[in-house]
Design a protein around this ligand. Sequence first.
Ligand code: FES
Length: 111
Amino acid sequence: MYTIKFNFEQQGVSPVTLANVEPGQSLLEVALKNNIDLHHNCGGVCACSTCHLYVQKGSEFMEELSDKEEDFIDRAVNPRLVSRLGCQCLLNEDEGDIEVIVPDQTQFLGE
Ligand code: FES
């Protein structure tokens, strides 16, 4: 089980901490199940970059970055070294603390 904290770059959105998150699901799935607004234009198949987020803590608990994911991260807004695509961050069978930042999702309006 994991404890996952979602921080948000969008002003006025408070952080959300989720406890007892089961492994075997992606960060995108976790977000959507908990009403966290993370875009997913391609439906979670690593073919867009709208589920982009920054993994501040706990990246060792996730599936490693693939070349394809890296390609799409390059097209995201403001990619950083800790950038990942939420739909590709599958949580390993383990337990620990994870912390992510969701970029301002309003930047995709109109796409
Ligand atoms: Fe499109 Fe993750 S939802 S790459």
